[in-house]
Design a protein around this ligand. Structure first.
Ligand code: AMP
Length: 298
């Protein structure tokens, strides 16, 4: 695996992969890789012949009071695990390589869907995400780019950017990878104290209880929202949001059907956690059932 730090080195590597007729995949990340990221790399490996992974903590998507400076970083370990999982190239640019002129004067600003859910408390976040993803697409020209379902609003907005700006890239979305007790893996989980880690389970419980109630026949979004808020209240947590939204428009729904997304965000101390599930009648998203978790047998 090659490790490079400049856009020019990426372009050389991609050009030489293409000369050999290889299909190119890109997995964009902010690093501190965990099993969720590795599932993305493995998916990329299966759907292309050449896999590039980017590790870049993108300042443009962090608000002034957010965790840009303390975001966990370990490039050496990231390179080792990316190599082990079959990446061909790791691109770890400095901020000045990505933004040589400082704040860019041309950015990608989503028109709709960026000020709801996570966007409501993180103004400008998705402008930063779409801008860096567009730049990475420009650097790698990937045939396919792989993202996680965990950040479903991000995927929905990237999908729209690709359609609206006619970007010639296929998108692949990988299901959320979880701890055994259901907590979605996140680089930010490293911030949690032992008691916060325990309390963090409410995030998954809320999602799971919504899935279970829907599978049991409850289709009234108000009742399902109340159910999720009840789970948070029992854990003494005020969620930032706990909602049922259309997967494309990201707008709240009144009546729930299969394909609707239940999505939650909550802060535990300074750590912000998110999770979601696409509702499917009678089917669960691969994580343990609530009763199993509560019995402590998972
Ligand atoms: P991040 O490094 O947090 O910006 O995430 C990079 C990519 O990994 C994004 O597409 C995320 O959606 C994806 N990702 C993060 N956590 C998980 C997870 N637990 N399961 C699957 N994908 C994930």
């Amino acid at each position: 695996m090659q490790q490079v730090h400049t856009k020019q080195d990426v372009r050389y590597a991609v050009a030489s992969a293409r000369t050999c007729g290889k299909r190119v995949a890109l997995v964009p990340t902010m690093g501190f890789l965990h099993r969720g990221h590795l599932a993305l790399i493995e998916h990329a490996r299966r759907s292309a012949d050449w896999v590039g992974v980017s590790v870049f903590v993108n300042p443009l998507q962090f608000g002034p009071t957010e965790d840009l400076d303390r975001y966990p970083r370990d490039l050496e370990r990231d390179a080792a695990v990316a190599r082990e999982h079959g990446a061909d190239l790791l691109f770890a640019p400095a901020v000045a390589e990505m933004y040589p002129a400082g704040e860019p004067s041309v950015v990608v600003v989503p028109d709709q869907g960026a000020d709801v859910l996570c966007g409501a408390s993180r103004p400008g976040h998705f402008r930063g995400v779409l801008t860096v993803v567009a730049k990475l697409f420009g650097v790698f020209s990937p045939d396919v780019a792989v993202f996680g379902q965990k950040d479903f609003q991000q995927v929905a907005l990237i999908r729209r950017m690709v359609a609206d700006l006619d970007m010639p890239v296929e998108l692949a979305v990988v299901p959320t990878v979880r701890e055994e007790d259901g907590l979605a893996l996140s680089s930010r989980n490293a911030y949690l104290s032992a008691s916060q880690r325990q309390a963090a389970l409410a995030v998954f419980r809320a999602i799971r209880s919504c899935e279970e109630r829907f599978a049991a026949g409850v289709a009234d979004a108000r009742a399902l929202r109340a159910e999720m808020h009840g789970v948070f209240a029992a854990a003494g947590i005020e969620p930032e949001y706990a909602d049922l939204v259309d997967a494309e428009t990201l707008l709240p729904v009144e009546t729930v059907r299969a394909g609707i997304v239940c999505a939650v965000a909550a802060r535990l101390g300074a750590t912000r956690l998110i999770d979601n599930a696409v509702l499917a009648a009678g089917l669960f998203s691969g994580a343990p059932a609530l009763a199993t978790i509560e019995a402590g047998t998972s």
